[in-house]
Write a protein that binds this ligand. Structure first.
Ligand code: PLP
Length: 420
């Protein structure tokens, strides 16, 4: 007989991750995922949830997308991971597809498996290309939990692991503050300015007018490269392939991940200009990893790009964008004391509440009512709201109904907690 959720949680508390287990249990949650398909998943008791977290975009095309599954199975009949040293038709095919959807200044693609790993690689490429070391990044950013990526993100996370970013190599600045950026760049020792096109873990605060174009301009003026972290905002989530390009910018490197996996095979990529990729002209073996350019992964990611490029996909994104814009505005009117701001760019959305823990309360009330969405870790007053691109209108309607009820529940939950 298969195990019950509480048994799995008990075991997980012992051998997997005690604090994570305790944290979920403290909120009355013992979620273990069961069956899953499209925008939905079930827990082990058969309760259904709409996925508005999408693992930050891993499930950009939904759970177990049938076309991706087919590509994966057929691909596994043909190839395996391949050998990371040799070229391959599957690697070339994915590279061509990624270049075709990227700005015309891009020349090379290096594929890896995780977003953080790809950020690390991009920063290394920038350091090599510029022969400089400094990384300028946002203090409200999350770029991953590997070495460089963690130090480039919110410094508190790195400090937890005794990896306090060395001020000779890292400078953290405020989002939307171009003066502060220019002050640092004037030292002329910056290799890369790395910006999450809309910072996810900060709750998707929207950029000021012209932000990305000015980041590009300033970076180039002072000899630095501009790396756009599109791990959460890329792959059509803004309505265009890359969110920074929607805002008119042409970075030197685009880092993508999460949804490139099709939800099945971990894949990430650094898309870069000739200048950024020059190390591959000098010593192509200088950066590598066992699973870089894995052939089965390239087959899966090529299928992801085919689906993203379809007119029907674009139409659905537009439908969802308009639907949520209209309905969230109406919901906001009904809950205006609590839901104080709706942030939206395509299907990238953040719901800002008036309470410092409002995003967390909303996350808990939503899951109790059948929607899984996650608070913004660096600003717990905000809930990240992230549907898959192929969500149907009926499902989006259910999301809105559940949100309406959950907003009321969250306010009550916070009032009860405060009265104790
Ligand atoms: C914006 C952003 N960049 C990079 C990463 C790191 O990706 P990964 O978790 O695949 O290493 C994340 C992960 O959540 C992210 O949100």
């Amino acid at each position: 007989m298969s195990k019950k959720a509480h048994e799995i949680y008990n075991e997980a508390h012992e051998i997997w991750n005690p604090n994570r287990v305790d944290t979920f249990r403290q909120s009355g949650i013992e979620m273990v995922m069961g069956e899953r398909e499209g925008s939905y998943f079930k827990d082990l008791d058969g309760h259904t949830f709409i996925n508005m977290h999408s693992n930050g975009g891993v499930f950009n095309l939904g759970h177990r997308n049938p076309e991706i599954k087919e590509a994966l199975i057929k691909g596994a009949e043909l190839v395996d991971a391949g050998n990371h040293y040799f070229p391959s038709q599957y690697k070339n095919e994915l590279t061509e597809k990624l270049l075709a959807v990227s700005p015309d200044n891009m020349k090379y693609v290096f594929t890896l498996n995780g977003g953080g790993e790809a950020i690390d690689a991009a920063v290394k490429f920038a350091r090599r290309a510029t022969q400089r070391s400094r990384v300028v990044s946002l203090s409200c950013a999350f770029h991953g939990a590997s070495g460089i990526s963690m130090q480039a993100g919110n410094p508190e996370l790195a400090e937890y692991f005794n990896m306090k970013p060395n001020p000779d190599y890292y400078t953290h600045i405020e989002y939307n503050n171009l003066e502060e950026l220019e002050e640092v760049l004037k030292r002329e020792d910056t290799a890369a300015v790395i910006i999450e096109s809309i910072p996810a873990t900060a709750g998707f605060p929207m950029p000021i007018e012209g932000y990305h174009k000015n980041v590009e301009k300033l970076a180039h003026q002072y000899g630095a490269l501009y790396i756009a972290d599109e791990v959460q905002t890329g792959l059509m989530r803004s309505g265009e392939m890359w969110c920074c390009c929607k805002y008119g910018a042409k970075p030197d490197m685009i880092v993508t991940g999460k949804g490139l996996s099709g939800g099945y095979y971990p894949m990430s990529a650094v898309i870069m200009t000739e200048e950024a990729g020059a190390w591959m002209e000098d010593d192509g073996f200088a950066h590598t990893s066992s699973f870089n350019g894995t052939e089965l992964g390239c087959i899966v990611s090529s299928k992801v790009l085919d689906i993203l490029n379809r007119p029907e996909t674009k139409e659905n994104i537009q439908m969802l964008t308009d639907f949520f814009a209209k309905n969230l505005a109406e919901i906001q009117k009904r809950h205006s004391d609590f839901l104080v701001e709706v942030r939206q760019c395509g299907v990238i959305m953040g719901l800002k509440t008036s309470h410092p823990m409002g995003g967390q309360a909303l996350m808990v009330s939503l899951i109790k009512n059948g929607v899984w969405a996650v608070m913004a870790n660096f600003d717990k007053s905000v809930l990240q709201f992230k549907p898959g691109l192929l969500m149907k209108k009926e499902t989006a309607e259910d999301v809105i109904k559940i949100l309406d009820k959950s907003l009321t529940d969250a306010v009550q939950m916070l009032a009860v907690a405060e009265s104790k």
